[in-house]
Design a protein around this ligand. Sequence first.
Ligand code: HSE
Length: 301
Amino acid sequence: MNSVTVRAPATTANLGPGFDCIGMALDLWNDLTVTMGRFSVSTVGEGANLLPQDTRNLVVTGLEAVFNHIDQPIPALQYECTNRIPYARGLGSSSAAIVSGLIAGSAISEANLSNEELTVLAADIEGHPDNVAPAIYGGCTVGVRNGAKSWIVDQIRVPDGLNAVLFVPETQTNTHESRARLPDQISRTDAVFNIGRSAMLVNALSTGHLDLLRYATEDRLHQPHRALAFKAMPHLIKAALNGGAHGAFLSGAGPSILALATEREVTISYEMAETARTFGVEGKPMIMAITQSGASVVASS
Ligand code: HSE
């Protein structure tokens, strides 16, 4: 194989209470083509001027992880990225890069790793499975660490016709800095608050009891702490609910806010944009479907 093209979806993580465990794939895709040849990295689209164009780029990290895993020398390759996922906005752009690199590496090395093997490699790079697992499997996933060397992932059924209505602020969030602001310990009351809602979230999605999502997407583990640096967050969530969303939450580490809806998507998007304007938050609304497809090879030669 001389060249392979992979696509990987945007993802949203946490879905409110499922911090570092629950995530969902969105119908918005980055493409990566790797071709045998002198090493280079080029990017067009989202984040093109901000992403490193060298071995620090996560598409390279992902691909190299496969060759290290199978104990083979890393070949010289040209990496061409076409990015559509907003960069550093809580929509899984890092995971899409890691996962597309891994899948390209798996194909070009002919290692043909299973989704389980890809998930372990990807979650080890990212540190948690809530974005990488849905990027690999598609749909909605729950993933947990199982000891130091493994991760267990399962898929959660999602009702047909569920859409994501987003408000994507112009400002970027540095995930490491955002995580550093979270407390190491929480009270038992807050733990119970999140455990109950995570369980209710999974059940509401798989049974289609969408009226429960309003409660099941509430969180006390990360959103209140992140709201200290993003005052508009609770107001944007409220605006989405008032507009007719079933539930709404901070997407991953933010700053994007994601609302789940089966109707009134345009109204929800308008309400969020109006509230953002009131708070002086520049950004854009986006509406996209939840996708059941995960990352895959789309062309090879
Ligand atoms: N679960 C992660 C977080 C997602 O909230 O920090 C972003 O990587």
